[in-house]
Unconditional design. Structure first.
Length: 98
């Protein structure tokens, strides 16, 4: 009777709180999964950048600054910066193969 109805009424807020926690928990899990994917993509991009930078460091003695600037001008790329920056720019544009 009355005790059961009272018990149900008292438990409604608790049930609602549990339901909200489950729902927001799923949302949080989905958000975390999305962030993991973003970080994996970022990590792959960073690995590629590191490989390119190592190649630039190893091969930089093979190119003069003037030759690199000429390549950049031919491709309409900026010519400023250090030798390593210029080589990275040329690599990213596909103008230089190492």
């Amino acid at each position: 009777g009355r005790a059961t109805i009272k018990s149900i009424e008292q438990s409604k807020p608790k049930v609602k709180a549990v339901a909200r926690a489950v729902i927001s928990g799923d949302e949080e899990l989905n958000m975390l999964r999305k962030r993991i994917i973003e970080l994996e993509v970022e990590n792959k991009e960073m690995d590629i950048w590191i490989q390119r930078r190592r190649a630039v460091d190893e091969k930089s003695k093979l190119y003069s600054m003037d030759a690199l600037k000429d390549m950049a001008r031919m491709d309409g790329l900026p010519v400023g910066g250090t030798k390593a920056q210029l080589m990275m720019r040329l690599l990213e544009a596909g103008s230089l193969k190492l």
